[in-house]
Design a protein. Structure first.
Length: 308
């Protein structure tokens, strides 16, 4: 990025859009953020909700660098970066990017925060498909460090390099995916665990709250300091992961086989019978979750890990 102030255009003022706006404002005290959304009460909505994302930040400084517009052209005409958080709808995104391409500066970076619509699909009607890539956060992005950087096969190396440079400067953890895949990586891992959790609860092995306790007292703290490969590599002792697989590979395979069988026999598919009961259990256990408490604890965990 050049020495001039970074101008960020945030397209979409939902929870992810506000979280990203907060991230830019907090981490880069020289940037300016413009938020575009079609809602009539945009200014009032953002002014009411954004301060909740600015805990431990200089709110006055952040809010002084924030502006609102009701026309797409005004949002992107001077943008260094255009970051889109619109509906998870392919047609919406495919229609939006050619407009942005026509209105924004020729060197502006184009990022989509989609959870699953690849850049190769979104850029279908763009003249220059090399400008777009996905920057997929782990919610909420103003707290969680991970950003999955997912280019299309046509995204230019320059766009990739500038994107990685920007996020590293903001002390995030951008990870470049080597190819597009459904759901990217973080969601694939999270939803695999979620499916197994739903399967075990639907079988009556544990209830929803007990399963959460197991994760929080085992994998949760372990995975904050080491991912699955490093964890099991350590578990193998001097022989590492190869030794671990040699010792308990049979148990690993048995668990995989049982998981596949249980998912099929209990019809653990979205919308099947299990879903209503597990949603009921979760509602009874937690009611409305206090996300402020969640975020406060998450900050403390991340701080402890970074200080170690």
């Amino acid at each position: 990025m050049s020495a001039k102030n970074v101008e960020i255009a945030i397209i979409g003022a939902g929870t992810i859009g506000l979280s990203f706006a907060a991230l830019h404002l907090i981490k880069d005290p020289s940037c300016n953020v413009t938020i575009f959304d079609t809602r009539a009460d945009l200014r009032e909505y953002v002014q009411q909700n954004l301060p909740g994302y600015l805990i431990e930040a200089d709110k006055d400084s952040c809010l002084s660098r924030l502006s609102f517009v009701s026309k797409l052209e005004k949002a992107v005409q001077d943008a260094t970066i255009v970051q889109e958080q619109g509906p998870e709808n392919p047609e919406f995104k495919m229609s939006l990017w050619p407009q942005i391409e026509r209105l924004a500066p020729k060197d502006a970076l184009f990022w989509s925060s989609t959870s699953g619509i690849p850049a190769s699909e979104q850029s279908r009607d763009m003249k220059d498909k090399s400008r777009l890539l996905v920057v997929h956060p782990y919610n909420p992005p103003h707290i969680m460090p991970l950003l999955e950087i997912v280019p299309s096969p046509e995204t230019s190396q320059e766009v990739i390099d500038r994107t990685l440079e920007y996020w590293r400067k903001l002390e995030r953890t951008p990870v470049l995916l080597k190819k597009e895949c459904t759901g990217f990586v973080a969601n694939r891992l999270a939803f695999a665990l979620f499916r197994e959790a739903c399967s075990l609860v639907s079988q009556g092995v544990v209830d929803a709250q007990e399963l959460d306790e197991i994760v929080q007292a085992s994998m949760g703290p372990r995975w904050t300091v080491a991912g699955p490969f490093k964890s099991y590599h350590a578990g193998g002792g001097e022989g590492g992961l190869a030794s671990f697989m040699e010792k308990i590979g049979g148990t690993v395979q048995n668990c995989w086989d049982a998981s596949d069988s249980d998912v099929r026999s209990h019809n653990v598919n979205v919308g099947a019978k299990w879903q209503q009961d597990i949603c009921r259990q979760t509602e009874q256990a937690y009611g409305v979750v206090d996300t402020n408490e969640r975020d406060k604890k998450t900050r403390r965990v991340l701080s402890a890990v970074s200080d170690s």
